[in-house]
Design a protein around this ligand. Structure first.
Ligand code: MG
Length: 286
């Protein structure tokens, strides 16, 4: 077992020494849900685009996960993602109302269509937590770093609950907060700034962990002390994250832990032993 004193003498979890708070994006950083969202967006947009192509007797050009998702949708609030993708195709739809049915061809309707699909997929398939991210949260907690989740997703609370990450997170700024407090979503830095404030950290004392271009851009725009880009997809995404302002790019948070990744650092006297890093077959829950 590693003692607190040992922890203090170890590397600062891959972060500059002045960092006191960590602001984690959820989908794609802590949980393997970016791919779930991407697939749900494709299903929602393709049904719309296919029907539109048929009615206009035009060719159907599907939503491309490899290019459209990172460019126009990933990391943004849901309705911003709808608008930005449609704009890229030269399509303007009425805004509609928040309670529009998923079948409605409005910005809100398409957003609701995507949300119904993503909730169904999460329900059916569960949510996987990246082992390296769970280990990092434990290590950050042991080191006394403050921890918040800052996500555009309106489903953040339920995902944190079903993945049992709740007790590792102190504060949450999410899609519900954005609406309630009239915040600008990513790529604006507002949600991260609120996350830092709630952790009593100045922006320069906080590190942002993001897998989306919009999220890294938000971290850069907010003047945060360190921006960790997380590249889960390859295909030049790391370069895009660096160009958007990432100070370092990793493919998994375990890379920031170095040799700690394999230690029992994050299992302590305080932590319930059931709270140790789960084996891969235990990390899926729903
Ligand atoms: Mg993300």
């Amino acid at each position: 077992m590693v003692s607190n004193r040992d922890v203090d003498n170890l590397d600062h979890l891959g972060l500059p020494a002045h960092i006191t708070a960590c602001l984690f994006d959820l989908d794609g950083v802590l949980t393997d849900t970016a791919s779930v969202h991407a697939a749900a967006w494709k299903e929602a947009f393709d049904s719309f685009l296919r029907a539109r192509a048929t009615s206009e007797k035009a060719a159907f050009a599907p939503f491309e996960i490899a290019s459209d998702y990172p460019q126009y949708v990933d990391g943004k609030p849901r309705l911003t993602g709808v608008r930005d993708f449609l704009e890229s195709r030269g399509i303007t739809l009425p805004e509609g109302e928040p309670d529009d049915p998923p079948s409605a061809d409005t910005v809100n309707g398409l957003g609701n269509r995507k949300n119904v699909i993503v909730l169904r997929r999460i329900h059916d398939d569960g949510v996987t937590v990246y082992d390296g991210s769970r280990a990092y949260l434990h290590a950050a907690k042991r080191l006394g770093l403050r921890r918040a989740v800052v996500s555009s997703s309106a489903n953040t609370a339920s995902v944190l609950h079903i993945t049992e990450l709740e007790h590792l997170i102190e504060e949450r700024v999410d899609g519900v907060t954005i609406v309630r407090e009239h915040l600008k979503g990513k790529p604006a830095p507002d949600t991260f700034l609120l996350g830092a404030k709630r952790l009593s950290a100045a922006p320069e004392q906080a590190a942002v962990f993001e897998d989306a271009i919009a999220g890294v851009a938000a971290g850069h725009a907010g003047g945060f002390g360190f921006v960790v880009g997380v590249d889960r997809i390859g295909n030049g995404h790391a370069d895009e994250l660096r160009a958007a302002g990432a100070d370092v790019v990793v493919t998994d948070l375990s890379q920031l832990l170095g040799s700690l990744a394999d230690s029992e650092l994050f299992v302590s006297e305080e932590d319930d032993l059931t709270d140790s890093v789960p084996r891969a077959d235990e990390s899926r829950s729903a």
